[in-house]
Write a protein that binds this ligand. Structure first.
Ligand SMILES: [Zn+2]
Ligand SMILES: [Zn+2]
Length: 955
């Protein structure tokens, strides 16, 4: 396999592994083809009014203020007298769309929506609105259309304000709610003069849906503890009271209207939602009117394990909690329409004020409706699985289902309603469990074939490393060739069997890819069988205990990196362990001061992962410190290197220029900051300097000498200039500290190489990036190179998580680009922030490049080791992909997987870039070019004199 082929195959393998998670984890649970279930008894209500206060927390509504008066007096009076109340427990992600889907369609939105964008309908689904005769909706253009679009026929009417009004309402979001209330009043008034509308309104099974977005908007803008949010609750309460009187008056107080008041999700104290904090998942539910139980006194202490009842002053009123999806069957039962076909809700009987007979029949309909979904799912699975491989869900076989139907009907006929209800509840629980059993049926099979492919690929890479870069090479014998042909036949056979098997199961085409990919991958692994044999043969000559030690260390190290994706603080631990390296490896005895420097820099860097990322205050003083530190470091370096190698006049001028630039950048940042604080806007001078710094950072390093440390210093100075103007706080200190550690690392690696063979000692200071690497001097891989590559991966991850998290770039402070622009421009801002994120990577990559040059290793073999390390990490993240949780959790778990898998490609691109940055040089003027081709220190001194001489007599 040549290198391009290898690259393409690797890319293909990774792309397939990535796509596979969508078939394994994110598949729609919805099935189609069920029959709607009707309750044979008349419903208690003719119409239903549903209020959804978007983003209303349970405690914000229920808890009285400090004086003990309620913010929502009308709703509280209902809780105390006319209705039933409780907490509706929502599921993550606590977002508007999934919340409304659970409320109105009764199922928890499938996560496949993640991949398909959640504003559109990923699938057609049934809802209470769809089952109703007519539904009128008022509210936000983000929510209403999805229920109208999903409905069959046109019996769902939506009235939305223009999207621009949501912006317009930014001064006072409660206007969104007032709009809804006013529209409903106007609508009901207009109906009196419109005969067709009037007759529609007087039909049965009608739904009115009032979506109140004001609270959500106010909560995001001002947080839930604010005056705005709390006053908005009062406004909603008044509005609900007014709406009830409007409806009651319109229908002549016929007592046939049911009211449900709830929320789609809550909100955290800092004004966000999406995750699983109780403030987000606990929402209020209050229901009253036709068919609903009036307030009940709680005779004994209520069975809820939280302290809310006391907090809310509602201990004596019976509380009935529900899951959010249970509200859909409740609403269906009230107006007598079939429960939405995909609903997984269970009818909350305690809310109903009706005969036991009605309750039993409703519960039976609920059970059959869920059983229908189960049956469809079983049929689907049976069709796509070979009969002898099919393992059915044992709890709910066909005969057990039939037995259930017979027995429950019998109980209802005999009037044993309580027994019948209990029976139905058991069946619902079993059917729901069965549904999830079949939903995840293929997961194990697909998962293991993907993992098999992954392991095969990684083993192949390991074999390639051994074959080309380690000293195990041995010419292939003719016997190997023969068995190679045999292998080929065996693997083609296996491939055919797998395809035939999938064909029989009529699997989707993607399954073929996942299952067939491991076959060629493993074929190549077995083709390299000879290497494995050689490896086994050479085992006695290998330092076994050392190998084993390395294996343990690297395994532990990879685990540590995986955990650090979840807990940044793990990197601190990693850095402290790394600090011990000179003592473990015995380098301390050889280079005492360098080892101490190594430990100190590790400890300094270890502080950064402990510092917070989000919500910190900007502090310019840190940036000033960082500027001073950079200048101090470069001065120290220049002084120490001056004695050793001498510094060309040209370089000296460049360095002084660059150090002045650092000063200028610090000044620009400080002045911009103070001018913005005084609201004087961004000074043009600052803006010009910032952009000039950014632009020059790409080519100024190319002007400097290609001497290892000279070039590195020049790169560092120009990168730090950019970083400084993009910083607002402590993160400005990160690149200087990181580069200190990197500087020590280069020195330590040199020592480590010297320990192994003294003969090839090269003075670090005399190494030149531009020198052509002598291919004969490239050495074989050693065990130590695994450690080197691991260090590299570790530092890359430090660069990644050191000051923040690249995966949540939106958590970056926009204040950090204020030196460049103050008007909001997502593209430029994003670009600048990306560049800021990249800078630490470039520092690490340049260091790695230096180490490759100084230890004479081929970058290809090192990248292969990095590939193995990152693939092993990706395998971890494959198992950690989440299909449950907030969008953020799900998104993060996917992004971890993607980040780790694409790490190698990213690093390869970065390496090309740093190679140019380190080894290319722009020379201005023909004469000087000649001089810089010499690199002997003595020559340099002479040239130095020559140049001084020349300057005296300029040409
Ligand atoms: Zn919402
Ligand atoms: Zn929101």
């Amino acid at each position: 396999m040549n290198i391009i082929m290898f690259f393409l195959v690797g890319l293909l393998v990774h792309v397939v592994f990535f796509i596979s998670i969508f078939d394994i984890y994110f598949t729609s649970p919805l099935v189609h083809g069920m029959t709607p279930q009707h309750v044979p008894l008349p419903p208690p209500a003719k119409r239903l009014v549903l209020f959804v206060a978007d983003g209303l927390r349970a405690d914000s509504l229920f808890k009285p203020d400090i004086n003990g008066t309620s913010r929502a007096p009308y709703i509280r009076s209902i809780i105390k007298e006319r209705g039933t109340w409780g907490v509706s427990h929502t599921r993550v992600p606590t977002e508007s769309r999934p919340g409304h889907v659970a409320l109105i369609a009764g199922f928890y939105e499938d996560v496949s929506a993640v991949a398909k964008g959640w504003k559109e309908n990923p699938v057609e689904f049934d809802s209470v609105f769809n089952e109703s005769r007519h539904t009128w909706c008022w509210g936000s253009p983000d929510i209403l259309p999805m229920f109208a679009k999903g409905a069959t026929g046109d019996h769902v009417y939506t009235y939305t304000y223009p999207a621009a009004m949501e912006d317009f309402a930014s001064t006072d979001a409660s206007k969104l709610d007032t709009w809804v209330f006013d529209e409903v009043k106007a609508f009901m008034n207009s109906a009196r003069g419109n005969q067709t509308l009037l007759s529609k309104l007087h039909e049965e099974k009608n739904v009115f849906f009032l979506h109140l977005l004001g609270l959500d908007t106010n909560g995001h803008a001002h947080r839930p503890m604010s005056k705005e949010y709390l006053e908005n609750i009062g406004l909603v309460d008044e509005g609900v009271a007014e709406m009830v009187s409007v409806f009651e008056e319109f229908y002549g107080y016929d007592g046939k209207t049911a009211y449900v008041f709830t929320a789609d999700h809550g909100m955290t104290n800092w004004g966000s939602h999406g995750a699983s904090h109780p403030s987000e998942t606990l929402t209020p539910l209050v229901a009253w009117g036709a068919g609903l139980q009036t307030a009940q006194r709680a005779s004994t202490t209520q069975n809820y394990n939280d302290d809310y009842l006391k907090d809310w002053g509602l201990e004596t009123y019976r509380r009935v909690d529900v899951n959010q999806a249970d509200i859909a069957p409740l609403m269906s039962s009230l107006i007598g329409v079939p429960i939405p076909l995909n609903s997984v809700g269970v009818l909350p009987l305690q809310y109903l004020n009706n005969s036991l007979h009605f309750k039993a029949e409703s519960m039976y309909a609920n059970a059959i409706q869920i059983l229908e979904q189960f049956k469809v799912k079983v049929t689907q699975k049976k069709e796509t699985t070979l009969s002898f491989l099919f393992t059915p869900y044992q709890v709910l076989t066909d005969s057990k289902q039939m037995e259930f139907v017979r027995h429950t009907r019998e109980l209802i006929q005999k009037g044993q309603f309580q027994d019948a209800i209990r029976h139905c509840e058991t069946l619902i629980a079993q059917a729901l469990e069965g549904l999830s059993y079949y939903h995840t049926y293929d997961r194990f099979f697909l998962g293991s074939s993907v993992v098999l492919g992954f392991i095969g690929w990684t083993s192949y890479v390991v074999l390639v490393i051994l074959k080309t870069h380690a000293s195990l090479r041995k010419p292939p014998t003719s016997r190997d060739m023969v068995s190679g042909r045999g292998f080929q036949r065996v693997f083609i056979g296996v491939g055919l069997v797998v395809s035939f098997f999938l064909l029989l199961q009529s699997s989707p085409f993607t399954y073929y890819i996942y299952c067939l990919l491991p076959v060629p991958v493993w074929y190549f692994v077995f083709k390299e069988f000879g290497i494995l044999v050689n490896l086994i043969k050479s085992i006695p000559s290998l330092p076994l205990s050392k190998c084993f030690g390395y294996f343990l260390l690297v395994t532990f190290g990879i685990e540590l990196l995986v955990v650090s994706f979840f807990y940044r603080a793990m990197l601190t631990l990693g850095l402290i362990i790394l600090g011990l390296w000179p003592f473990v490896s015995g380098l301390y005895r050889k280079a005492k001061s360098r080892s101490v420097s190594w430990v100190l820099s590790c400890l300094c860097l270890a502080v950064f992962p402990l510092l917070p990322v989000v919500g910190r205050e900007s502090n310019i003083n840190y940036v000033l410190c960082a500027g001073a530190l950079t200048l101090f470091i470069s001065c120290c370096y220049l002084c120490s290197s001056y004695g050793r190698t001498g510094l060309h006049m040209r370089d000296r001028r460049l360095f002084i220029g660059q150090m002045l630039q650092v000063l200028l950048c610090v000044y620009v940042l400080a002045s911009t900051h103070s001018s913005l604080q005084m609201k004087q806007g961004l000074p043009l001078f600052s803006q010009l300097v910032s952009w000039a710094t950014l632009g020059s950072s790409f080519f100024v390093p190319l002007l400097s000498s290609t001497r290892l440390f000279h070039r590195l210093l020049s790169i560092l100075l120009s990168l730090i200039c950019v970083y400084l103007v993009l910083s607002t706080g402590y993160e400005a200190l990160f690149p200087p500290v990181l580069s200190w550690l990197m500087f020590v690392w280069i020195n330590m690696e040199q020592e480590a190489v010297d320990t192994q063979n003294v003969s090839s000692r090269t003075e670090l200071y005399s190494i030149d990036f531009a020198e052509n690497i002598d291919l004969t001097r490239i050495r074989q891989l050693r065990l130590d190179d695994i450690r080197r590559s691991y260090f590299f991966v570790f530092f890359i991850i430090i660069a990644f998580f050191g000051t923040g998290n690249i995966a949540s770039i939106n958590s970056f402070d926009p204040a950090s680009v204020y030196c460049f622009l103050t008007v909001f421009n997502p593209f430029i801002m994003g670009g600048l922030l990306m560049w800021k994120v990249l800078i630490p990577f470039i520092i690490v990559m340049c260091t790695f490049e230096s180490i490759q040059v100084s230890t004479r290793l081929s970058s290809r073999s090192l990248f292969l080791i990095v590939l193995v390390i990152s693939d092993l990490m990706a395998l971890h993240f494959f198992f950690l992909v989440k299909d449950y949780g907030s969008w953020l959790d799900i998104g993060t778990s996917i992004s971890h997987y993607v980040i780790v898998m694409s790490m190698t490609i990213f690093l390869m691109l970065l390496s090309v870039m740093t190679h140019i940055l380190t080894s290319k040089r722009i020379l201005i003027g023909q004469k000087m070019k000649m001089h810089f081709k010499n690199h002997e220190p003595q020559h340099h001194k002479q040239l130095h004199l020559n140049r001084k001489h020349k300057q005296l007599f300029p040409l």
